[in-house]
Ligand binder design. Structure first.
Ligand SMILES: NCc1[nH]cc(CCC(=O)O)c1CC(=O)O
Length: 308
């Protein structure tokens, strides 16, 4: 009997949808039957922490640690993640070996009291626990009451239905993957409400040097998405140390050129600095890194100190 390819994933409906999309693409690319795969659900610390912002609990690695341990212990062969949740530094021996074609990277507004953020009444409640979204909401509407909103996509939508907020912001990509796009009442523009680095892109993590897996993943890797992500992740990596400063960044690839726009913003939304950069797509990582230096110089080092 042939051994199965074990796909590790978190257990949330969105994570499972992403694992199944990866499985479907591998089946189509290689003519493999469904029995050639086993989806292995792994619970992570991030899934269990519901009462405080993740930025306080230890940040991004919380969604990946247990899955990466399973990869290194060979209990799984590949791990499927939202790129947005991936730390910029991976454990020794692991790499992001493929990116699937990116979904729409925009944030989506799901409004109850109004269809748009601009239309909300004075002082209305908007639920989000993302520092970036909180800051961008405050920049648009300093009068709004930004409240904590944690849990998976379905949990947040339920909280909204229960009246715990008048609106919330979620990634459009996640809602589409869950066939929940009908709840969206407005799409946030990329230029005034820029997404998190990596938003909308599924990535696949594997062991460095695992040739069989690499060969299999080459067929489903999307080059432009990989280049855009190299740019965004280099931007993030060069600013990351300054952990509590909200960071946005989005790159697109067109005719072999990468176009990048990045933003850092104070948590209260009153101060922000933007950067735009472009260049050959094969230099995407360098362009992201240089954009980070540019925006750091514009903002000044003090910008990164104040918000802890
Ligand atoms: N932090 C949770 C998370 N990680 C990735 C997505 C959305 C899917 C994506 O960006 O690919 C979400 C939910 C959300 O932000 O609404």
């Amino acid at each position: 009997m042939q051994t199965t390819l074990k796909i590790g994933t978190r257990g949330s409906p969105l994570a499972l949808a992403q694992a199944h999309e990866t499985q479907a693409r591998l089946m189509a690319a290689h003519g493999m039957p469904v029995e050639a795969f086993e989806v292995v659900v792994i619970s992570t610390s991030g899934d269990r922490i519901q009462d405080r912002p993740l930025s306080e609990a230890g940040g991004k690695g919380l969604f990946t640690k247990e899955i990466e341990e399973a990869l290194l212990a060979r209990r799984i062969d590949i791990a499927v993640h939202s790129s947005k949740d991936m730390p910029t530094v991976l454990p020794d021996g692991l790499e992001l070996s493929a990116f699937l074609p990116r979904e729409d990277a925009r944030d989506a507004f799901v409004g109850k009291a109004a269809k748009t953020i601009a239309g909300l009444p004075q002082g209305a409640k908007v639920g989000s626990s993302s520092l970036r979204r909180q800051a961008l909401i405050r920049r648009m509407r300093p009068d709004l009451d930004v409240v904590m909103f944690r849990g998976n996509v379905q949990t947040r939508l339920r909280k909204l239905d229960e009246g715990m907020a008048d609106g919330t912001i979620l990634a459009y990509a996640g809602l589409k993957r869950l066939a929940l796009e009908h709840v969206v009442t407005d799409l946030m523009p990329l230029d005034t409400f820029p997404p998190a680095p990596g938003q909308g892109a599924i990535c696949i993590e594997s062991r460095i040097g695992d040739r069989d897996v690499e060969r299999m993943l080459t067929a489903i890797h999307d080059l432009p998405t990989g280049q855009a992500l190299a740019c965004e992740r280099a931007f993030l990596a060069a600013l990351d140390g300054s952990c509590r400063t909200p960071i946005a960044g989005h790159a697109t690839i067109s005719d072999g050129t990468v176009f990048f726009a990045g933003l850092i913003i104070s948590p209260d939304g009153t101060q922000s600095h933007e950067v735009k950069a472009e260049g050959p797509a094969q230099d995407a990582a360098r362009i992201g890194n240089e954009a980070a230096r540019t925006v750091r110089a514009k903002a000044g080092e003090k910008f990164f100190d104040g918000w802890a």
